[in-house]
Design a protein around this ligand. Structure first.
Ligand code: 13P
Length: 260
């Protein structure tokens, strides 16, 4: 199934952790290591909390000038609206203005605690695409859904809402992240085989609409990725990198994942 050239991505979702000085230091350390790294490194993206986007962007800049990779910046959410009277929301153009190239859309924590529906997630995805950001669409089932044998149905429904609104073309400059809810922050990682099975289902769904786009689409796995399990996950044919929560706040372990 996996074909085409897909450069691996390792992304760090910092969620609502840290404070300015600590996140600046984390970013600067990562940028320095990445710049010093020679060839064959994955793309690296970090997703800090909104208030620290500019500070982290600046700290990442200190790593430029080396021969290695530049760490890219992403936001954890984007408004479905382009601008206007939407208190507390942040638009795609504002994110781009702060240096973001990527944005997470539909993270399970937002679906669960902010009531984000598939339809709203699809509108956010479309807004990111039209704002020239790279959306990372997150999908994943809960433990009870998995136990009921509904994993494929759930992830295909979540993906389907976006496909319906944006078509396969919407994924030309996007990534997908399979994040089983039961594996997030629990230390219980999906096995490489469990993750691969779902990644293949997701890629096949895109391929039914456009085989070329599906072949080039990066599908990340997220859910208790650590230095110790990253290599086995990334060795799967349809796993093109990781979306890392807790371990991305640990400079040593995050680096182990990046270089896995
Ligand atoms: P953990 O790596 O802490 O399980 O979090 C995964 C996640 O939600 C990344 O978006």
């Amino acid at each position: 199934m996996a074909e085409g050239c897909r450069c691996r991505i390792v992304a760090g979702n910092w969620k609502m952790h840290g404070a300015r000085a600590a996140l600046e230091a984390l970013a600067a350390g990562l940028a320095a290591r990445s710049a010093a790294q020679a060839e064959s490194t994955p793309e690296v993206v970090v997703f800090p909390p909104f208030p620290y986007l500019s500070a982290v962007n600046q700290a990442l800049g200190t790593g430029e000038g080396g021969g290695g990779i530049a760490v890219q910046l992403g936001a954890q959410d984007v408004s479905a609206h382009p601008q206007g009277a939407h208190t507390g929301e942040v638009s795609a153009s504002m994110l781009a203005d702060c240096g973001c190239s990527h944005v997470l859309v539909g993270h399970s924590e937002r679906r669960a605690s902010c009531g984000e529906t598939d339809e709203l997630v699809a509108r956010k995805f479309a807004r990111a695409v039209s704002g020239s950001l790279t959306p990372v669409l997150c999908v994943g089932e809960t433990l009870s859904e998995r136990n009921a044998g509904r994993t494929a149905e759930v992830v295909l429904r979540q993906l389907g809402a976006v496909l319906e609104r944006c078509g396969a073309d919407g994924f030309r400059n996007a990534a997908l992240a399979y994040e089983p809810v039961w594996a997030i922050g629990t230390g219980q990682t999906a096995t490489p085989e469990q993750a691969q099975e779902v990644h293949a289902i997701l890629r096949a769904a895109i391929a039914r609409a456009d085989a070329r786009i599906a072949a080039g689409l990066r599908i990340l796995y997220g859910g208790s990725v650590k230095g110790a399990n990253a290599a086995a996950l990334f060795a799967q044919p349809d796993i093109d990198g990781g979306l890392v929560g807790g371990a991305s706040l640990d400079p040593e372990d995050f680096w182990r994942i990046i270089t896995a």
